[in-house]
Design a protein around this ligand. Structure first.
Ligand code: G3H
Length: 486
């Protein structure tokens, strides 16, 4: 078992790479090699994409109800495999056991919902008549349907290697596309196990493939491959580089955020404090939708900070196997990056509400008060359990800070005045504003999108299905009638 190298998946089979090389998956808690996966070569990637192209042709003609049936089957199998997949998530990305199980169950529900939504959405088209446009008689009937794009490349991130993989796989498949998955290295084995569930469901050979390997070796090759017709990527800056190189194909990109939480003087501070702690510290802050900055009106800042600190004290810190709230962050380089942001804030005079503490990749939860905009942590995304607080004098100051960010994913506002909340929402240049709750992507059928460097396109089940299809029109040109129209 120790020397086992997990195989990659193509043409309905599990294969060993001819490269003879492997990639190590490091356990964030032990910082030792947990698993090894195949380091696929470019030739293997070529073959995978070729078989995906072939499989797509037959699949596009497979009745919609049959595609849905197989997805429902995969969802049931995924639920039955929740335990072993969750175990991998615990070991590969240090996700607490309970959250790991939730990720798998949420993914199965997403697959089922997607099958149902696809049947409804793709089962109908538009019908247009020509005389609604000036200068035309009723001589043309146009009907539209949605057709698949071809081969979709799915690249999910380490923090949801299962859920953010199926959120790309299921819409692609229901829409009649084939799918090539390149999982993150941390989370690759959980993703391979999830692919095994689709394998057991009996999808045609070549329709789904999963290639593993180093991004530096096969990443560009995959994302610029002429056989790829669409890329759905979730992750960091790499997405910007992919977008610049990808060519004329539809892109769905979700690239992180600096989600701000604006607290007004009339906010329910207990609700705000628990949302900040849940939103900022669940999965140790490693969520693109985590609260990454608190912008609080000065008059209530002391009270809010006190409440947040009381709640932070209750968080448990330790291994994911014990279901601790705060677990080791994913890699040593992530821990070092977080530490650098914290040290920059210390040097520039931020108030540390707790002592900064780190053991390996484990970082204790930390609230940084009196952060100013000359500190890196005011703008950069730590992706860890450290949260800056900026005290603001006015709503305008909060909105200005929020809109000056390169990111534009989500944000939230806490107030009892719904009219003010809506006006603030309109003023925030971000993809989603939550009123009186922390940012979140789910439920998974809600639209999910980022502005500016946070992304391209909109996700959520319905939007993803639409994005992975093209509209096709057929126009019936009517002849001049040979009989009297009455
Ligand atoms: O990390 C990015 C995820 O899309 C966040 O999803 O809000 O469901 O945790 P979540």
């Amino acid at each position: 078992m120790e020397n086992e190298v997990f195989k990659y998946y193509t043409e309905g089979e599990w294969k060993v790479s001819s490269s003879g090389n492997s990639v190590q998956v490091i356990n964030p808690s032990t910082r030792k090699t947990q698993y090894k996966v195949q380091a696929c070569s470019k030739e293997e990637v070529n073959k995978v994409i070729e078989s995906a192209r072939m499989a797509h042709k037959a699949w596009a003609k497979t009745p919609l109800w049959k595609r849905a049936e197989l997805l429902h089957k995969a969802a049931v199998i995924l639920k039955n495999h929740k335990k072993p997949i969750a175990d991998c998530l615990v070991k590969e990305i240090a996700k607490p056991t309970k959250d790991a199980l939730t990720e798998v169950l949420r993914s199965a529900d997403l697959v089922s919902y997607c099958a149902e939504e696809g049947v409804r959405l793709l089962g109908k088209g538009d019908f247009l008549v020509s005389d609604s446009f000036p200068g035309n008689d009723r001589t043309k009937y146009c009907f539209t349907s949605k057709i698949p794009l071809g081969v979709v490349l799915a690249i999910p991130p380490f923090n949801y290697p299962v859920n953010l993989a199926v959120s790309k796989i299921a819409p692609a498949l229901i829409a009649g596309n084939s799918l090539v998955l390149k999982p993150p290295t941390q989370g690759a084995v959980a993703a391979l196990h999830m692919v095994h569930c689709f394998h057991l469901a009996g999808f045609p050979k070549g329709l789904i493939s999963c290639v593993t390997g180093k991004g530096s070796e096969i990443g560009d090759f995959l994302t610029t491959h002429p056989g790829i017709n669409c890329i759905s990527f979730t992750g960091g800056d790499t997405g910007i580089a992919i977008s610049k190189k990808a060519g004329m194909i539809p892109l769905q990109m979700e690239l992180g955020g600096k989600d701000a939480c604006i607290i007004l003087e009339d906010a329910d501070l207990d609700l705000a404090a628990s949302s900040i702690v849940k939103g900022g510290f669940s999965y140790s802050g490693q969520r693109c939708t985590a609260v990454k900055l608190v912008l609080v009106i000065e008059s209530v800042a002391d009270a809010l900070v006190k409440k947040v600190n009381e709640k932070l004290q209750k968080l448990t810190v330790g291994p994911p196997e014990d279901d601790c709230d705060i677990t080791p962050v994913v890699t040593e380089s992530s821990s070092n990056f977080i530490e650098a942001l914290v040290m920059d804030a210390r040097q520039k005079g931020a108030t540390f509400c707790q002592e900064y503490r780190r053991d390996g990749n484990l970082i204790w939860p930390l609230l940084l008060d009196n952060v100013r905009s000359d500190m890196r942590i005011a703008w950069e995304e730590p992706f860890g359990p450290v949260l800056p607080v900026i005290r603001i004098k006015s709503i305008e100051e909060g909105i200005r800070h929020c809109n000056a960010s390169n990111f534009g994913l989500q944000g939230c506002v806490f107030t009892k005045d719904i009219n003010r909340a809506i006006l603030i929402s309109d003023a925030m240049e971000i993809g989603t504003v939550q009123i009186n709750s922390a940012p979140a992507r789910g439920p998974d059928h809600f639209p999910f999108q980022g502005l500016k460097d946070s992304g391209i396109g909109s996700q959520g089940i319905t939007n993803s299905i639409n994005m992975m299809t093209k509209v096709k029109s057929t126009v019936i040109n009517l002849p001049t009638p040979s009989f009297s129209m009455g």
